[in-house]
Design a protein around this ligand. Structure first.
Ligand code: SAM
Length: 247
């Protein structure tokens, strides 16, 4: 059946994604800097700025950084809150989490993070248990995006916020051709030089092209139950920051 085929394709996708991040875990942060020319740092900064985590309060401020990989976003959130926020870094890939947990030992506030292996589609967390859910460059890798967004909504408290940072299609005339050339001719060979394999980066480029456009993705956030959904495009549309609230 059509449904059956689709299910198999989904399982294949997660398997491929897991292999990609298993293979690159140790050099993941270096690759990010090389491929984006360091610009991913600005985008992540923009996400954390938008979140503006509190620096004090009468109760804990709990954040779930899903597909948190090596803990990049989590560290920024904790620092922005001057050590107040508690961040659960969650990822399906134990290798990425291992690198993250090791790095967290030298954070300014190492006690503020914990690491939990989990699939974004089926979270091992209680309903209404987080103040914020962040996912940076992760949702594109999840086979069933709507399922993951529904889960995000479930685990957030009322008044909680979701922020999604993701690559988007560049459609700015002139810049789109340059970006396409860069994606096809520069990124996979660069990946091969640093990690010994171009295939993961071929996957990376294709996954960006297949991801829903900002309007369609905003619709999925709304379907999950989020309100006041909005998006902001970053750096000529290379990346988009989405925001929604559980009210
Ligand atoms: N958030 C980090 C950052 O911005 O640097 C890491 C992003 S990395 C491009 C994507 C991450 O998504 C990988 O660590 C991968 O293991 C994770 N991932 C893929 N599928 C997932 C799933 N179904 N559930 C949770 N994490 C997943």
């Amino acid at each position: 059946t059509h449904f059956g085929e689709q299910t198999v394709a989904m399982a294949d996708k997660q398997g491929l994604v897991d292999k990609v991040f298993h293979d690159v875990a140790d050099r993941y942060d270096l690759m990010n800097d090389l491929m984006s020319g360091g610009v991913h740092r600005l985008w992540k900064g923009a996400m954390v700025n938008e979140l503006a985590p509190p620096k004090t309060g009468s109760r804990p401020y709990r954040v779930l950084d899903m597909a948190g990989g090596t803990g990049d976003i989590a560290e920024r959130i904790v620092n922005a809150s001057v050590g107040y926020a508690e961040v659960v870094v969650s990822d399906i890939n134990a290798d990425m989490l291992r690198v993250g947990a090791e790095r967290a030992k030298s954070w300014r506030y190492p006690a503020q993070a914990s690491f939990v292996e989990a699939n974004a589609e089926e979270l091992p967390f209680d309903d209404n248990s987080f103040d914020a859910y962040t996912i940076a460059f992760g949702i594109r890798n999840v086979p069933r995006v709507q399922k993951a967004l529904n889960e995000a909504h479930r685990v957030l408290k009322r008044g909680g916020r979701i922020l999604v940072l993701e690559f988007s299609q560049v459609d700015v005339p002139g810049f789109d051709a340059i970006y396409r050339l860069y994606s096809d001719r520069v990124i996979p060979p660069m990946g091969k030089v640093v990690t010994g394999d171009a295939q993961p980066y071929q996957y990376f480029v294709e996954s960006i092209r297949k991801f829903p456009n900002p309007q369609a993705f905003s619709g999925m956030l709304t379907s999950a139950g989020f309100k006041r959904v909005k998006h902001t495009s970053l750096t000529g549309n290379i990346a988009t920051l989405f925001s929604g609230w559980k009210i």
